[in-house]
Design a protein around this ligand. Structure first.
Ligand code: PEP
Length: 242
């Protein structure tokens, strides 16, 4: 297996002054090559000076035109951004983004040769009802419909109940679910392998145990990535263990 990927999703945190301080604090301190930062789009030009791979938090699927507030893959590419998150649970919940829209977004991103991070995961209600696998199947099946080549796609398994709550699945749950996703995709897409990251309350306290789970190909980190010292410690920990 290659290097474990670390994605820092800064979401809609930090005002300009805080962004400047954040950049100052991480500048020249991240040397691990498999880190991708996902800033609020407004601040992308400031993050470019870091020489770290960048992603956008969302992309839109139409061609250039009148879509106020959206960002096109071609626009992201023109700013040197090669990666995009698609289908984050906050967008699914707050903006009613559905699997069909997510499918169109992935296709639009792939058309521009972007690397796509497809976010999937069950809610606590779905988990309690033992629906996790069915939900993941539905999300992945529709999101990848009509897409034959998976080489530019990774999946981030992010249980909704784990995001920002401090709760993470047990080791057994993670191994089972991640294996399930990999097997499902393999069967669905004629034997193709896909990398699966874990996201949800990853922090400096749990990263060591998470790195021991071989099935996990990397981490999508929200809250902890907004704290420069903790984020760097996590990266160092991952780098030292892989
Ligand atoms: C996320 O929102 O993608 C995420 C993983 O957040 P957190 O690490 O804060 O749970």
């Amino acid at each position: 297996m290659g290097k474990k990927i670390i994605i820092g999703n800064l979401k809609t945190n930090m005002d300009y002054e805080t962004v400047v301080k954040y950049i100052e604090r991480i500048k020249n301190r991240i040397t691990y090559p498999a880190v991708i930062l996902v800033p609020t789009s407004l601040y992308v030009p400031y993050f470019k000076e870091l020489n770290i791979k960048l992603a956008v938090q969302n992309i839109y699927f139409e061609n250039e035109g009148s879509y106020t507030g959206e960002i096109l893959p071609s626009q992201a590419k023109s700013m040197g951004i090669k990666y995009a998150l698609v289908g984050h649970s906050e967008r699914r919940k707050n903006l009613k983004e559905n699997n069909q829209m997510i499918n169109k977004k992935i296709k639009a991103g792939l058309k521009e040769n972007m690397g796509i991070v497809l976010c999937v995961g069950e809610t606590i209600e779905e988990k309690v009802l033992l629906e996790t696998e069915d939900v993941l199947k539905r999300q992945i099946f529709t999101a990848l419909k009509g897409i034959d080549d998976l080489k530019n796609i990774v999946i981030a398994y992010e249980p909704v109940w784990s995001i920002g709550t401090g709760k993470i699945p047990t080791e057994r749950e993670l191994i089972n679910t991640i294996k399930f996703i990999k097997d499902f995709v393999k069967e669905l897409k004629r034997g193709q392998e896909i990398k699966v990251l874990y996201g949800g309350s990853v922090n400096i306290k749990n990263i060591e145990s998470l790195t021991k789970i071989e099935e996990i190909d990397g981490y999508l980190i929200g809250g902890a990535s907004t704290k420069p010292e903790e984020f760097i410690e996590i990266i160092n920990e991952v780098e030292s263990l892989v």
